[in-house]
Design a protein around this ligand. Structure first.
Ligand code: SF4
Length: 114
């Protein structure tokens, strides 16, 4: 069970020492008013770091478990939401839609995407 403010109890952050994105917060987290085209460009740059990062999978797992915002483990908010791990307070319509679709799939109301 996770809490509103604490980390999920299965969270392991020992991987963080090997993260190659230190000091690049502006690449992995965009401003609230970011335009879609700019977001796509920023996330493409972030993905290039993630693809070369030795801790991509534990990073992704941490973000999923803790319902994080931003770009983690080569996933953005929509991708995490589609996988059933939406950010706690999604603010963009695309993220909310991905979250709701994942919930309907989990409930068996629509066929799962393959
Ligand atoms: S996988 Fe990406 S977001 Fe995660 S630590 Fe590595 S570079 Fe940073």
């Amino acid at each position: 069970m996770d809490t509103e403010y604490g980390l999920h109890p299965e969270t392991d952050v020992t991987w963080a020492e090997q993260a190659i994105c230190r000091g690049l917060t502006h690449v992995f987290f965009g401003p609230a008013s970011e335009r879609p085209e700019r977001r796509a460009e920023r996330e493409a740059i972030a993905a290039s770091y993630c693809m070369a990062c030795p801790v991509m999978l534990p990073c992704r797992r941490t973000a999923r478990l803790n319902r994080e915002h931003g770009f983690w483990g080569c996933e953005n908010d929509e991708q995490r939401a589609a996988a059933g791990f939406a950010p706690r307070s999604p603010s963009r319509r695309a993220v909310i839609q991905a979250r709701d679709n994942a919930r309907r799939e989990a409930d068996g109301l629509v066929p799962a995407k393959r």
